[in-house]
Write a protein that binds this ligand. Structure first.
Ligand code: OTD
Ligand code: ZN
Ligand code: ZN
Length: 339
């Protein structure tokens, strides 16, 4: 049994770092583990201009400290401009752009109401090699919340990938067997991020002995068969699948509420949680590819020089970090980072 594993320092290809006080609280946790992170633009107001993104990047660097590189994203709206996207990409502010179907998740009200509205922007992104990051859920009220991802593939994503054969597309935080299959079958320009919670929880976690707000995120966790399919994809070694925590902190009062916010704060013990999953599946030798190699390869970025060593035996996750309940509070993941 392996008790120690050394990997290239990982990156987080999907994280919410927030702003203001929350940014100050959470950024050091991401920076402690990850060399780089793709930072989601769903602030209020959303990050839609190059200037906003550049100023936000400065605030993140100040909060995270030395040795961490935030990779910024543009929030696509119905009015997204190809010129603005190309300018931000050329100025190396924007690494990618994010598609939120309007209303699909937290702070997505300014998102895209119809994919046809951003057709010209997507053509431009394809031409300049700028990846499109997709929150893949339909929002129509007639579609069951547990089916929204699978229906999105049929109604939107399949034709998008077909119509833009050279556009790099990341299907973010996949949660279903349909998504895992779609990405596995798609050409090499389509990848996916996977969160720790979607590898560890099925939808029973939402109702275990009562209503569990700290297991609630979007896309919502699914049936066991989906968890197993997503997990098989993550540990498979297939380069299309890579680490994206979707760490999305909310203060405890906003979670434990009659209308609780979606999102889990998993940044403090993220790599430890992934290590536990890969260990349980006998795939520790593939953790490095998932956490540290596949993402950079997809984005066309170099891998990190530094190494990270993980050792068996986790510490207890605290009940609170500031005013936020971290993912796994009160329990321990099987691994810890060696100092
Ligand atoms: N999901 N919460 C949030 C975003 C994500 O869809 C997501 O990427 C958030 O709070 O920003 C969540 O549950
Ligand atoms: Zn999302
Ligand atoms: Zn997210």
């Amino acid at each position: 049994m392996t008790d120690t594993i050394t990997i290239r320092r990982p990156d987080d290809w999907h994280v919410h770092l927030r702003d203001g006080e929350m940014l100050q609280l959470v950024a050091p946790y991401t920076a402690r583990q990850f060399a780089r992170a793709i930072v989601m633009p769903n602030l209020v107001p959303p990050v839609t201009t190059v200037e906003q993104a550049s100023a936000y990047r400065d605030r993140i660097v100040a909060a995270a400290g030395e040795g961490f590189t935030p990779l910024m994203t543009c929030y696509l709206t119905d009015k997204a401009s190809g010129d603005e996207l190309a300018r931000g990409h050329a100025e190396r502010v924007w690494v990618a752009a994010k598609l939120y179907p309007a209303g699909a998740t937290t702070n997505s009200d300014s998102g895209v109401t119809d994919i046809r509205n951003i057709w010209a922007a997507l053509e431009r992104m394809q031409a300049i090699g700028m990846p499109l990051l997709v929150h893949g859920e339909v929002t129509s009220h007639d579609v069951d919340v547990f089916d929204r991802e699978a229906v999105f593939i049929d109604r939107v994503l399949a034709s998008l990938v077909h119509d833009f054969p050279d556009l790099k597309v990341v299907f973010e935080h996949i949660t279903t067997k349909q998504a895992a299959q779609f990405v596995a079958d798609a050409p090499a320009n389509v990848g996916a991020t996977i969160t720790p919670q979607h590898l560890m929880l099925n939808r029973n976690a939402l109702f275990q002995g009562g209503l569990r707000p700290h297991a609630y995120c979007l896309p919502v966790v699914k049936r066991e068969e989906h968890r197993l399919a997503v997990r098989a994809a993550a540990v498979s070694g297939n380069p299309k699948f890579f680490l994206g925590t979707d760490s999305a902190p909310h203060v405890v009062g906003a979670k434990e509420s009659s209308c609780g916010c979606a999102g889990l704060f998993n940044a403090p013990f993220a790599i430890e949680a992934y290590a536990q999953v890969f260990d349980e599946d006998g795939a520790l030798d593939r953790l490095e590819a998932f956490a540290s190699l596949n993402g950079p390869a997809f984005y066309g970025l170099p891998i990190n020089d530094e190494l990270m060593t993980l050792v068996r035996g986790g510490e207890i996750v605290p009940d609170r970090i500031g005013e936020v309940v971290p993912y796994g509070a009160g329990s321990a993941f099987g691994w810890r980072i060696q100092d």
